[in-house]
Structures are given as structure tokens and as C-alpha cells.
Design a protein around this ligand. Structure first.
Ligand code: NAP
Ligand code: ZN
Ligand code: ZN
Length: 362
């Protein structure tokens, strides 16, 4: 892959901006120059102020999903300020806050795109990083960078009422938990389990509580019990304790599994009651063996869900602004990002790292 900042399509000029990239599955993230296109008529140029660190960044930097193309400039929880707009842009003007999540484009015409489900685009959406850049050619590069240029159709509006750094994780951790909880109509009268109190899981707890469900957090970390309750869970079960798991067996309407590593999925299927659904949003490297009888009896469903469409992401951001919901974060400088990855793997983050992009200028 070319590391040149020149456009592959010479008619589209690019300018060089600073970023941090991984050059291979085993190399640390380090400073790297990338090209950003000059804005096309529908484009918004955003100076990135904060970018969240998602476990998917780590999976992809280390090629754990076996599809990474290097260099990888991660980052898909992006908030910043608009500095320039193309001539056809109507939603944004210079000076506005703006945000970008996991996608920067899609085919826009397939059945999924027409339903506002761009994440399930039949041609596959253009991901914010490690995707194919339709304009410049080569790879798309994400938010661990100074700025990004995105079509306004894939740019989100954010509230200035919310803490800006703590808003960034809503763009992935937020929408990835909001969307399945809405799709499976989680609400009052239901008992809902959230598995794994990480970046996604802690947003799942907040949303499930805000939607009126009775929320049970399942965690491997006894040290997270108090946080689980503070974040909105009505009950916390330590999943390593068989007695605590047994107490909830066959009682849950819905379980959202946000675990990043291999684990026993059947232990969570057994928590579901008749017609209950377990939805996986966590994306561990290896396949998860499912026991047929934990699905068959009593008629349980095992499902998956990917991020959310652009309209729903905006709906989620507006919901968060109305309800004062943001992530619990630890702000870091970009120079701490490799250490942050190691801490993320150990579960040593409460509950999302967010990079202050001002540090990129140091
Ligand atoms: P994270 O912050 O690292 O949280 C993962 C949590 O999983 C940990 O906090 C821990 O919670 C639990 N966990 C970790 N290792 C475990 C193990 N060996 N056994 C059981 N539990 C374990 O990660 P994240 O950023 O929230 O991402 C979670 C997963 O979702 C990742 O795989 C990520 O790639 C994926 N993801 C998917 C989508 C999608 O569209 N579906 C979008 C974004 C991210 P406890 O300490 O509470 O047990
Ligand atoms: Zn993510
Ligand atoms: Zn499409």
C-alpha cells in the first residue's frame, strides 16, 4: 500500500495531515503523515478534537480479524469542529461541532441503504478506516489524526450541551448498543442483561436503564460491581460465580453481549426465558461454539448487530443530548495510545479512553 500523501487520482488534490498509524500487526502505533482530500462540493472538513479508542481499533491494529491492510490509522469515534465546507453543504458551516462514526460512505442505493441501514449496505459500507477510499484511492484513514474530510451525509450533529470528549464514544460504543436495544424493543417490564462492562457494555447499561428495563450487568470483574450499579444496573452478577449465574437462569427477555474475547456463550443463552434473544455485538477473534440444546429449549434466539445507520446514530445523539447521557472516559494524549491498548486488554479502563487530539501537535 502506498504511503504517499499524493492523490492516486491526480484530479483530487490532497493535503498532508498528521496521524498515528500501525505499519504491521506487531508494530506499535507511531506518527505518520496521511493525505486528506480538498473538500468536494458535499464535503465537510473537520478538525478533530477528540477520538475514542474502541476495542475494534485494537483488533484491527493487531489484525485479529485477519483483514487489516496497513498502514492502519484507527479511530471511528470522532468529534471536532468544522473548518471548511464544500459549496453544496447545507447541514454544517465553519465553526459548528460535528462528529463521524464508523462509516464515511455507502452505495446509498441498495435496499439496506434506502432503509437507512447503511451499516448493512449490500456493497459493504466505506468504513472510516481500513476501507477503500472512493475519492483518493487507497485506504481510508481514521480519527487518530488532525482532521478528516467527510461527505455531509455521513457527518453527524452533536450537542454543545454535552461534554465534548465524553461524546466521542457515542459514535461507536453508543450507537452499537443503542441500536440493538431499540431493534429488540427493550423497555419497561423487561429484564435485560448486559454482558461485559467495557466501552460498549457501560453504554448498554446506561441505555437499557434509560429505556425503562430492569437491568442486570454480568461482569467477570468483581471490582466493577459498584460502578455497574452507579452506571444504572439494578443488579450485578459476577459471571465467574456459578450461584450468581444460576439465580438469573431462564429469567431474561434480552441479553446484549459486548465481550471482546472468547467466552462461553452458552452460559448466557441459559439466562434467557422462552423466546428470549441474545444479541452479540462483541466481536472476538475466534468462533463461539453454541450448544444446540441451549437454543432449542426453550425456543431462544441468538442474534448479532452491527453499529447503526446514520439516521439512527443521529437519533441516538439527540436522545443523549436530551437525557444528559455521555460516556465515562479517561482522556489521554496520543503519545499514551500504545500503553492504553495494553490497559484496554487488561480491562483497566473506566470505561473508554478518549484521545485529546491537541496532543498530536506536540
Ligand atoms: P472493551 O472496552 O475492552 O470491553 C470488553 C469487556 O469484555 C471488558 O471490559 C470485560 O468486561 C469483558 N471481557 C474482556 N475479556 C473477557 C474475557 N476473556 N471473558 C469474559 N469477558 C471479558 O471493548 P469494547 O470497545 O467495549 O468492545 C467490545 C467488543 O465489541 C469488541 O470485540 C469490539 O470489537 C466489538 N465491537 C463491535 C461492534 C459492532 O458493530 N458489533 C462495534 C464496536 C465494537 P468485564 O470486566 O465486565 O467482564
Ligand atoms: Zn468501534
Ligand atoms: Zn448500499
Amino acid at each position: 500500500m502506498s504511503t504517499s500523501t499524493e492523490s492516486l487520482f491526480t484530479s483530487t488534490p490532497a493535503r498532508t495531515v498528521k496521524s498515528w498509524a500501525a505499519q504491521s500487526a506487531t508494530s506499535a502505533l507511531a506518527p505518520f503523515s496521511i493525505g486528506r482530500r480538498e473538500p468536494l462540493p458535499q464535503d465537510v472538513v473537520i478538525d478533530i478534537l477528540y477520538c475514542g479508542v474502541c476495542h475494534s481499533d485494537l483488533h484491527q491494529v493487531r489484525n485479529e480479524w485477519h483483514n487489516s491492510v496497513y498502514p492502519v490509522v484507527p479511530g471511528h469515534e470522532i468529534v471536532g469542529r468544522v473548518v471548511k465546507t464544500g459549496s453544496d453543504v447545507t447541514k454544517f458551516k465553519a465553526g459548528d461541532l460535528a462528529a463521524v462514526g464508523c462509516m464515511v460512505d455507502s452505495c446509498r442505493v441498495c435496499a439496506s441503504c434506502r432503509r437507512g441501514l447503511e451499516q448493512y449496505c449490500e456493497k459493504f459500507p466505506v468504513l472510516t478506516y481500513n476501507g477503500a477510499d472512493k475519492v483518493l484511492g487507497g485506504l481510508t484513514f481514521g480519527g487518530y489524526s488532525e482532521s478528516i474530510v467527510v461527505d455531509e451525509a455521513f457527518t453527524l450533529k452533536i450537542s454543545d450541551k454535552l461534554d465534548l470528549a465524553a461524546t466521542a464514544p457515542l459514535l461507536c460504543a453508543g450507537i452499537t448498543t443503542y441500536s440493538p436495544l431499540r431493534h429488540w424493543k427493550v423497555g419497561p417490564g423487561q429484564k435485560v442483561g448486559i454482558v461485559g462492562l467495557g466501552g460498549l457494555g457501560h453504554m448498554g447499561v446506561k441505555f437499557a436503564r434509560a429505556f425503562g428495563a430492569h437491568v442486570v450487568l454480568f461482569t467477570t470483574s468483581a471490582s466493577k460491581i459498584d460502578d455497574g450499579l452507579r452506571l444504572g444496573a439494578h443488579e450485578v452478577a459476577v459471571s465467574k460465580d456459578a450461584e450468581q449465574m444460576k439465580k438469573h437462569a431462564g429469567t431474561l427477555d434480552f441479553v446484549l453481549d459486548a465481550v471482546s474475547a472468547n467466552h462461553d456463550i452458552n452460559a448466557y443463552l441459559r439466562l434467557l426465558k422462552l423466546d428470549g434473544t441474545l444479541t452479540l455485538v462483541g466481536a472476538p477473534e475466534a468462533p463461539l461454539p453454541v450448544s444446540a440444546f441451549d437454543l432449542i429449549l426453550p425456543r431462544r434466539s441468538f442474534a448479532g448487530s452491527g453499529i447503526g445507520g446514520i439516521a439512527e446514530t443521529q437519533e441516538m445523539l439527540d436522545f443523549c443530548a436530551d437525557h444528559g447521557i455521555v460516556s465515562d472516559i479517561e482522556t489521554i494524549a496520543i503519545q499514551q495510545v500504545n500503553e492504553a491498548y495494553d490497559r484496554l486488554l487488561k480491562g483497566d479502563v473506566r470505561y473508554r479512553f478518549v484521545i485529546d487530539m491537541a496532543s498530536l501537535k506536540q
